[in-house]
Design a protein. Structure first.
Length: 83
């Protein structure tokens, strides 16, 4: 996943003001803010994937990062693979 023009790179942060507009600092990583917002965090070597199904039935995940109908976006900031 390449970051769009309004995306915030996965910069290290201490507080949300360290991040760009419409972004939050979560576990020292800038992420997009949204409504609703889902954040998956874990420790260890397990390989986890986050899938979110929108109300219209579109699945948003690393290989399908944008739903234009709901304006939902998979950020991927801070992931091991940085999608």
């Amino acid at each position: 996943f390449e970051f769009g023009e309004d995306a915030v790179s996965p910069d290290v942060c201490s507080v949300s003001s360290d991040c760009g507009p419409n972004s939050l600092c979560v576990q020292q990583t800038c992420i997009f803010s949204g409504n609703p917002q889902f954040v998956l965090t874990w420790e260890g070597d397990d390989d986890l994937d986050l899938y979110v199904i929108t109300p219209v039935g579109t699945t948003i995940f690393a290989s399908n990062p944008v739903d234009s109908e709901s304006d939902g976006k998979f950020d991927g900031s801070g992931t091991q693979d940085n999608f």
